[in-house]
Design a protein around this ligand. Sequence first.
Ligand SMILES: [Zn+2]
Length: 324
Amino acid sequence: MPKPKIELHVHLEGTVRPALLADIAVGNGMAPPAPSPGRFADLHDFIVTWNATTGCLRTPTDYRIALLAYAEEAAGHGAVHIEPIVDAEPRLGLDGWADVLAACVDAAAEARERYGVSVGLTPQVFRGQDVGYAEEAARIAVRFAGRGVVGFGLSGAEGRHPTLPYARAVALARDGGLPFVPHAGEAAGPEAVREVLAMGAARIRHGVRAVDDPDLVTELVERGIVLDVCPTSNLRLRVADPGRPHPLTLLHHAGVRCSVSTDDPALFDITLSDEYAVAAGLGVDAASAYAAGLAGMLGTDTDRARLVRIGRAAFGGIDVGPAS
Ligand SMILES: [Zn+2]
């Protein structure tokens, strides 16, 4: 029986295994995508592959199938709570994206019933996207607040595109009850982490390059900010230098709460269990990762209470740290 796990950083579009992705592509009259190479020159290179690979997801049914498939897979690795990301892809159109979110909300409830995993959806926009489109996407996400959508994110190639133009979209989402859970500190350095903290980030996806700034690391510890770390992704995208200690090791030793996730398990050809094994080798055991996941999760109080009970049963005392 695998230890219980909380996965806070996983892109729904990047979870679809090749056989299912090929079925979905063919169903949409498209050729099956070329297999992911699994390794990339940098974040930008990865995003190019990500778009080419996941672009065959077109309909609400595609997303529903993807969500149920990943919830089943993750539950098989011990996941008891996941917070999948759903991108506001322009290929869907805003109305199409709203339909996708509605399908995901329904699938999330179904996944909970079928597989015993709570699912908090965290739709997001991305750097480089049309700002007006992103703001409209935020308004759409807010419609689903309290109905399965629990946060609002921002991704995209840091360094190539600025973050601040999306502040209004972030504010719209937050005012509508969706905390900000951005990607930052992956392709760009500590300044990118400071930037999203100033925008009110509730937790940060990646954030590992904060490790280059001791004052920032101290701030993360003192504020109890959770980083959703994906150690294999960091290596495959060359965010982490394989010749040096992994940032996960350094941040964990410094006292930063680090949850553990796969990021895009199908594109990296990894599983949640693989990622936990990697994290354990880097000094973060399953109990620490669970406690960080619990501290960072955005579900309902009922969900949190359930996760506390599960954590206590599996690991004994669970320290969720100071309230943030
Ligand atoms: Zn990510």
